[in-house]
Design a protein. Structure first.
Length: 193
């Protein structure tokens, strides 16, 4: 096996059992979940794949889960797809011509969603599948969202701690101050500060 087979796909998020898959474990998934020729299902794609449903069933999404986010290896791309669509249609292509899917073809894993609304949802180099309650990160609608050159800032890695000490205790408490001036004229004086 070549280096394209050295990967670990992680499935995490709102699941009962976070799980990891490598190339060999994907090959060993039962044949009813394997797709020998993806081009018969997605005309523009080639290779062999596995139904994402089989992977998710092993991780057991929690009852409130409703989306699945596919993250690329470089962290730049992600597609968040409804759990229902993922279970019904999503495929991960992991082989081409009997060999691990090369990076040049979107390896190690490439998402394919037959009749998908958006071609951009077919994320290349998938390395993590995150199950979520609510939509997760999705770059398919705003591909420039996290590119600092365009927005002038990045939304990732921001720290809002500017090193200030926000403890405003100046060495005394309000109990130390006595406002009893020793007389009560009963005249309803209002002390406006």
């Amino acid at each position: 096996m070549n280096s394209d087979s050295n990967f670990t796909l992680e499935i995490d998020g709102t699941v009962e059992k976070p799980i990891k898959w490598d190339y060999e474990s994907l090959m060993n998934i039962p044949s009813e979940h394997q797709i020998e020729d993806v081009s018969k299902v997605v005309a523009s794609m080639a290779g062999s794949g596995v139904r994402v449903k089989a992977l998710l069933n092993a991780a057991m999404p929690l009852s409130h889960s409703d989306h699945v986010t596919f993250h690329s290896q470089d962290g730049k791309f992600a597609a968040s797809v409804s759990l229902e669509d993922t279970m019904d249609r999503a495929i991960l292509i992991y082989q081409r011509d009997g060999q691990p899917l090369p990076e040049s073809k979107g390896g190690p894993l490439r998402l394919a969603i037959p009749q998908g609304d958006d071609e951009c949802s077919n994320v290349k180099s998938v390395i993590r599948i995150e199950v979520t309650s609510g939509k997760g990160k999705d770059t398919t609608y705003d591909p420039f969202h996290d590119i600092p050159e365009i927005h002038g800032h990045s939304h990732e890695g921001h720290s809002h701690d500017h090193g200030h000490d926000h403890d405003h205790d100046h060495g005394h408490s309000h109990e130390d101050h006595s406002h009893d001036h020793g007389h009560d004229h009963g005249q309803g004086h209002s002390h406006s500060h």
